[in-house]
Design a protein around this ligand. Structure first.
Ligand SMILES: [Zn+2]
Length: 319
């Protein structure tokens, strides 16, 4: 799964636990509260993509001071975001994938990290990589280990260095930071071997040429991907999404929905590939029954519900 800002907005449409709003790249400056700084420099930001503007500022030494202010403000905005105490879409997401799966996120908010943290004793969770850095994640370069910021490396005992946020995306430089480079390496490996890819709320800004190129190279030509299934969870019109992601789609092998709970992950939690395989293979025309994620359960009941699926996996009996 490739995750973008639209996913956090879908999880918390009216804001997170304390009411802080989740920004998209088109309303980022206002939401994060950078308007005053931008006005001070006479910069026009309304309706523009923040990552695009940031890339331009970063390249111009005149804005050095502003770039620092932006970094600090963005860091403090995202690090104060919190998950509410009851299960959220992020908890459902991490419990519905398995340890063979990967979530590659572009988001800076800490929701995915916290969701993994509070569910990790229940099941083997999917692997997570942070393609643009994350406020929750620090790393130790000596030992190539990552963990919660402000905690210590389990090998050398030194504090993790906070990951860098705000990649100037026009610079095409995902290789410069060793942590980010290794995250992209993992995504490439998983994409190469994936049977299904789900793109959730990631708008693929046209300026992020490098991101698209890296993913495209790993996925390969859609013609050679004649079994694989691409799924898009996004609120944008279907045709527009098909155009953006055409390099990842083999003929009709794609599915678009605007609701996570109606996606294959929402309808076949922990069994997405099995369900898809059953659906597409002519010799197995039996439809896999829907098993929708129960949205309104508390943690105890929710964990019990997933328990039966996990138990079946442990017995290697896939029901
Ligand atoms: Zn270390």
């Amino acid at each position: 799964m490739i995750l973008g800002a639209g996913a956090s907005l879908q999880a918390f449409p009216t804001g997170e636990m304390k009411g802080n709003k989740l920004p998209l790249m088109c309303n980022f400056v206002e939401t994060v509260g950078l308007n005053l700084e931008f006005r001070k420099y006479g910069l026009d930001y309304e309706g523009k993509n923040f990552e695009d503007i940031y890339s331009d500022l970063y390249q111009n030494s005149k804005y050095e001071e502003l770039v620092e202010v932006i970094k600090t403000k963005v860091w403090s905005y995202f690090s104060k975001l919190e998950l509410p105490p009851n299960p959220t879409m992020y908890d459902h997401l991490v419990l519905s994938l398995r340890d063979k799966d990967l979530i590659a996120t572009f988001n800076w908010d800490p929701f995915l990290y916290y969701a993994c943290w509070r569910n990790h004793e229940i099941a083997e969770l999917p692997r997570v990589v942070y393609l643009h850095g994350n406020v929750a994640i620090g790393y130790c370069l000596t030992d190539m280990e990552a963990g919660l910021t402000n905690t210590k490396c389990t090998k050398c005992g030194r504090k993790y260095v906070p990951s860098q946020l705000l990649f100037p995306i026009k610079q095409k430089d995902y290789n410069r930071d060793p942590f980010i480079k290794s995250e992209w390496g993992t995504l490439r490996l998983f994409l190469k071997h994936a049977y299904m890819v789900t793109i959730f709320g990631y708008s693929a800004p046209y300026v992020d040429v490098e991101a698209i190129k890296l993913m495209k190279d790993a996925w390969g030509s859609p013609c050679s991907r004649n079994l694989e299934q691409t799924e898009i969870i996004d609120v944008k019109p279907k045709q527009a999404l098909r155009d953006v992601w055409k390099d990842f789609i083999h003929t009709h092998h794609y599915h678009v929905t605007n609701d996570f709970y109606k996606s294959s992950i929402g309808l076949f939690p922990r069994r997405t590939c099995e369900a898809e395989w059953n659906y597409t293979m002519p010799e197995r025309l039996a439809f896999y029954p829907h098993n929708p994620i129960p949205k309104n359960l508390g943690f105890k009941e929710l964990w019990e519900w997933y328990g039966s699926l996990i138990e079946a996996e442990n017995k290697e009996v896939h029901t």
